[in-house]
Ligand binder design. Structure first.
Ligand code: ADP
Ligand code: MG
Length: 298
């Protein structure tokens, strides 16, 4: 099962599935999707093989990586994995971005090498109820990992802003070697939500402490602060948030990702930031973040 070409650091404790990066914090608009797509693309461009799992019904990660709901008509999505009606290989698609149209008006795309996507679906918003009604569904992510046999190096997990049952079914599969990375805006309100996440992770570890088939040890390993001050962006809350994060979380704080008004274009143009604006402050900073996490240029 375990593909010999994969470096051991991407297969913690010799398991068959990749290192997991969980972009998790119950805070809307906290820049989870911007950061997870940007880092996934940066690492892929540096030569690391990854799969981006869009676990949010809003589909923003799927759109940034090239797929609208329309594009996915008739295709399997993460919802089919959760309901047990599809396998990982049937759902995963190559990540891509739109580059224009041909003479017949057909969309043309460029593939992002080394990156694939597990696309989301709007009906994902009903998954907590689905799992509550059929507790077997709680095992869907465990099943997907145990039956995985590819050579990807990282699974990037982009979560919705909640600590519901679907989030739990995924988060309990993390071990201490995996990474929980809340991405928060440089705003004291966002930084002040980090303790809730730390409590939630402690609850998950506690609930799973005697399980054998479930690692059950998600641990806060890093914190990413985005929209950080620049010489021309000097808002008081951004400065206060950067000071707060530095004083409270210095051991886990990643290089700061600076503010850029252009970051919004990511959603207007549905194209990942490192591709759309490679010379912007945030794109440059996500490269520093990738390096800090040990994903240097290959
Ligand atoms: N570095 C940045 N500077 C300014 N705005 C940013 C930056 N990064 C992200 N944003 C903006 O923050 C908003 C919320 O981001 P998003 O990634 O969708 O959050 P979440 O996934 O947590 O809901 C988006 O409008 C995005 O353009
Ligand atoms: Mg999001």
């Amino acid at each position: 099962m375990n593909t010999p070409t994969v470096e051991p650091r991407f297969r913690p404790r010799g398991r068959n599935w990749p290192l997991l990066f969980a972009w998790l914090i119950a805070c809307g608009g906290s820049t989870k999707t911007t950061s997870s797509t940007s880092l996934a693309v940066t690492m892929a461009m540096r030569g690391y093989k990854g799969v981006f799992w869009d676990l949010d019904a809003n589909m923003s990660g799927s759109r940034v990586l090239g797929y609208t709901q329309e594009d996915l008509k008739g295709r399997k999505t993460v919802i089919d994995l959760i309901s047990g009606d599809a396998t990982f290989d049937e759902v995963v698609v190559p990540a891509r971005y739109w580059v224009g149209e041909d003479d017949n008006g057909n969309n043309l795309y460029e593939h992002i090498p080394n990156l694939r996507l597990i696309p989301s679906d709007p009906s994902l918003s009903g998954t907590d109820t689905l799992i509550a009604m059929d507790p077997d569904r709680n095992d869907w992510f465990m099943e997907a990992l145990h039956t995985y046999d590819g050579d990807d190096e990282v699974f990037h997990l982009d979560f919705p802003a909640s600590y519901g049952k679907m989030v739990y079914s995924v988060a309990r599969m993390l071990d201490e070697d995996d990474k929980v990375i809340p991405s928060v805006r440089a705003d004291p309100k966002d930084v002040n939500l980090v303790p809730d996440l730390i409590n939630e992770l402690a609850n998950i570890r506690d609930k799973n402490k005697n399980k054998r088939s479930v690692p059950g040890r998600p641990t806060l390993t890093h914190l990413l602060l985005t929209g950080a001050p620049t010489p021309s962006y000097t808002e008081a809350p951004a400065r206060r948030a950067a000071e707060l994060a530095t004083s409270l979380y210095s051991e886990v704080l990643l290089p700061l990702v600076r503010y850029s008004a252009d970051a919004k274009k990511l959603y207007e143009d549905t194209c990942p930031l490192p591709v759309l604006l490679p010379n912007s402050y945030p794109a440059e900073d996500y490269r520093k973040v990738a390096t800090a996490l040990g994903f240097v240029e290959r």
